[in-house]
Write a protein of this length. Structure first.
Length: 280
């Protein structure tokens, strides 16, 4: 098995939204904000090569929307989606599978693009199967007032109409050494990849635990649809990860890529913090 982690792009969001009920005086001690209360997040995408598959987890924002749309997210830095792949020796045609944790715009937007010289859209990874949980796909397709700014037709319909969509119904192994867990607090049908690598389990924490600062049970995003479910899902994952000495790989943390866990008087907290290069 081969692994590669790269940052598609940095972006900014309101720090209060990312930490929900936690007071700013507390969360800014561990995740700094600028003068506008904005914090920097990453779009770390993971490439997994296993058993003849080259798997990409999530694809970032993409570039289909106009400048007015993107001015609110302050995109900057990163390698870009195609650039990050190229820097690791891959082309879009090499990708056999795209695993989408969910269908919010910052996670699936890069899967399609405007068709050159014509109307409509085309898939960025034409040879890939796109894996989405059935629960998430049905939820996103129905849409709702809370998430309508995140579930965009121009992101979802090209995948839905491609004939290359695989709807995942259950937790379990998708590929050799590559499993998914289902969560519902952030958005119904969120898939969390769990990867067996050199005798250790790596958890790509996605939006269940977007940064290392979100490890404490009640440090959660206001974007979560059902915060109590998020807390219970985190509690289960944290205990399993502590017991099994798992490694967390963070999708959105601009400061730390990975960590292990330890029990402290305040509960489960980060132990060692490191780059993924330390283990690959």
């Amino acid at each position: 098995m081969k692994l590669h982690l790269f940052n598609i792009s940095n972006f900014k969001v309101d720090g209060g939204a990312m930490f929900g009920v936690i007071p700013k005086a507390l969360w800014t001690r561990v995740y700094p904000a600028d003068e506008n209360n904005l914090i920097v997040l990453t779009l770390n995408s993971l490439i997994v090569e296993t058993d003849g598959h080259i798997i990409l987890i999530d694809s970032g924002w993409g570039d289909k929307q106009d400048e007015r749309f993107f001015r609110h997210v302050h995109l900057h830095g990163g390698e870009g989606l195609i650039g990050g792949l190229k820097n690791r020796g891959y082309s879009p045609d090499d990708i056999t599978d795209v695993v989408l944790t969910h269908l919010h715009a910052d996670h699936c937007g890069g899967c399609s693009r405007k068709r050159p010289g014509a109307t409509g859209y085309e898939l960025v990874f034409p040879e890939a199967i796109y894996h989405v949980s059935r629960t998430q796909f049905e939820w996103a397709s129905a849409n709702n007032p809370r998430e309508e700014d995140a579930f965009l037709e121009e992101n979802i319909l090209p995948i839905a109409h491609s004939g290359r969509l695989n709807l995942v119904d259950e937790e379990g192994e998708l590929f050799k050494g590559f499993s998914v867990r289902m969560c519902n607090g952030h958005t119904p049908g969120l898939m969390i990849p769990v990867i067996d690598y050199n005798g250790r389990k790596l958890v790509y924490t996605g939006d269940l635990i977007p940064t290392i600062a979100h490890i404490p049970l009640i440090w959660n995003m206001s974007y979560d649809i059902e915060s109590l479910k998020t807390i219970n899902e985190k509690k289960t994952m944290l205990q399993e990860a502590l017991d099994g000495d798992y490694i967390f790989v963070f999708q959105h943390d601009a400061h730390f890529e990975c960590c292990t866990l330890e029990m402290t008087p305040k509960g489960i907290r980060p132990k060692d913090k490191f780059s993924i290069n330390k283990i690959i």
